[in-house]
Design a protein around this ligand. Sequence first.
Ligand code: KG4
Ligand code: ZN
Length: 332
Amino acid sequence: MQILAIESSCDETAAAVVADGRRIRSNVVASQSELHAETGGVVPEVAARAHLRVLIPVVRQALRDAECDWDDLDAIAATAGPGLPGALLVGLNAARGVAFARGLPFIPVDHIEGHVLANWLDVEPPPLPALALVVSGGHTELLLMTEDGTFERLGGTRDDAAGEAFDKVARLLGLGYPGGPVVSKLALEARERSLRLPRAWLSGSDDFSFSGLKTAVLRMVQSDEAPPAAEVAWAFEESVADVLSKKAVRVAEREGVASLLVAGGVAANRRIRALVRERSSVPVFIPPPELCTDNAAMIGAAAAVHPELAVGPETAIDINPMPYRSRARRSG
Ligand code: KG4
Ligand code: ZN
């Protein structure tokens, strides 16, 4: 079973060929980060136009890398949401067009589920039930994944997503976009490592909050005795990594899960990866960094577990830009 998957929900145009939902045959990602560096963030219309320009070459490259012909494919998948509407439309409609032309089923995929399923690519599958911490530019979610693969949302951010906080702090420090990698790199240069920024524990709930931390950074960099940017970056990363790892580990232990999964662009963060691994008493699964940030292989992995969502050309299907939380599947 081979799936061609397309991802275009934000600022990466990606296509991949995935076999049996587990093996990556090819995985091509065209990042728009240089395009968005000028504005310090993604401009939706600019992103959508860039997807239009590069999508077809990216799909062709994915087929070439996989040494795969159209006839070797069993289904076409694409991210249906959540994401930027204009950006989603490009990938979804291209995928629908190809599926129609080739007479193949089309499988719409939830982007968040894709991030989680990246943990199934090219490795031994994690044992279920699992707790998934999904941390990206748009999401910070704690999801309980039951044995049948369905999700129950336990909590998430009440304001900024973890990646959004990294991106905003990068802007405050005059660094580039995306903020995560540059803030993390600068943090390594901190000579003094004693600065402390607040942590929002929101005790008694499985939610997160990062807007207070962002405001604390703003005050700090605007103060007369502003510490060096590297020290601020270090203290900020420590605060985010401390809260994310401690809460995820605590919830995983409380729920008695068999594994703890971390996923999404922010899961590429060195400090977060280390702290979760250090603190967890349950087995931890985190995809390699290139499978944490947006890619299409994860969309292929998620499509493979949802053959029941496959539709033919006669079925109308639309993007679903809304976040996962508004339509979380509740078990029990
Ligand atoms: O999953 P992703 O590629 O796109 C979304 O679905 O949002 O996540 C992108 C986010 C950005 O906010 C970026 O700053 C953050 O992931 N990110 C990181 C790192 N690499 C990417 N954050 C912290 N440390 C990193 N190394
Ligand atoms: Zn993502």
